[in-house]
Design a protein around this ligand. Structure first.
Ligand code: C5P
Length: 299
């Protein structure tokens, strides 16, 4: 039986800038995206019908699930090559958290099908297909560090980020990305982050430059809709972290550190106030390249 196992990594934004609202309702963005060592596990198996199992109570168990939409997209594109599939999704990435959890599962399914059915699609071809299902999915096909422009779907690889250590806090509620974009007042954005400084920092492998460039213009909008997110951001700063930012449209907030010792000390203290805090790190190319495993024709 054809099978594949995929490790689907979450992402954070190191920079998220919004440049303008477009005619099609989307926003033109410029983002530096980074894959992190927090992942879901997906097992794909040939089956009699398409179906999904999951350990999560927070995701739809039907064909609206992004992972299942990836299955049907690939079956539609390659009807003679892609069989009906069972998707077993073990979730660890918080849902509706601003860490591309749904997008990375979707990308993971596409990568898994590409390998298990030997479709031999290139990364670019997969990215183009993935863009049909959501703006963040093309990044999740590649990575681990990339510049995303357009509505987020146009991906250019960037030099691998030197390892950064991250402490994440996910508030106990989700956030709607369309609502956050809908509540964004473009004329009220006075300061845009310096994305070039981040890109230069990546080229130089200079952690401090990368950390100093962090910024997310969606924070203001999410803070208005969910003031608790601002309280957490301010609280994390008050706890002694210099580089604290919301990821994506939120509500996850993270503190980033150049040194593991500092991150670990901070994490231990922060955990007393936020027991669900997560200590993790950025991932590199090698780790990402090992994320898909094909089992072959096993029973
Ligand atoms: O592409 P995706 O389905 O992830 O986007 C969800 C929603 O977020 C869009 O329908 C849009 O309202 C908003 N969005 C946006 N600009 C972007 C990305 C998303 O306005 N660049």
């Amino acid at each position: 039986m054809l099978q594949a196992k995929i490790t689907a990594y979450a992402k954070i934004n190191l920079v998220l800038d919004v440049l303008r609202k477009r005619e099609d309702g989307y926003h033109e963005v410029a983002m530096v995206m980074q894959a992190i060592d927090l992942s879901d596990t997906i097992i794909l198996k040939e089956a009699e019908r398409n179906w999904i199992t999951t350990n999560s109570r927070h995701i739809p168990m039907n064909m609206n699930n992004l992972a299942m939409r990836a299955v049907t997209l690939m079956q539609r594109e390659f009807p003679d090559r892609v069989p009906k599939l069972e998707v077993a999704l073990e979730k660890h990435i918080p849902v509706a958290a601003g860490m591309a959890g749904g997008s990375t599962d979707c990308a993971g399914v596409m990568l898994g099908i590409n390998q298990m059915c030997d479709l031999q699609l290139t990364q670019k071809e997969l990215e183009i297909l993935a863009a049909q299902l959501g703006s963040d999915i093309p990044f999740c096909i590649g990575g681990p560090t990339a510049l995303a422009t357009g509505r987020g779907e146009l991906i250019e690889p960037l030099p691998e980020c030197p390892e950064l250590y991250l402490v994440l806090v996910k508030p106990p509620f989700g956030v709607s990305t369309p609502k956050v974009y809908g509540n964004l007042h473009m004329d009220e954005i006075t300061a845009h982050p310096d994305i070039q400084q981040c890109i230069d920092g990546l080229h130089a492998g200079d952690k401090q430059r990368i950390l100093n460039a962090m910024g997310n213009v969606l924070e203001q909008s999410t803070f208005e809709l969910h003031p608790k997110v601002k309280t957490i951001r301010d609280g994390m700063r008050a706890f002694g972290a210099k580089h604290v930012m919301m990821s994506g449209s939120g509500p996850t907030v993270f503190a980033a550190f150049a040194e593991y010792d500092k991150a670990e000390r901070y994490y231990k203290q922060l955990k007393r106030q936020y027991p669900g805090a997560i200590l993790t790190r950025t991932i590199n190319k090698k780790q990402l390249e090992e994320r898909v495993n094909k089992f072959g024709w096993e029973q």
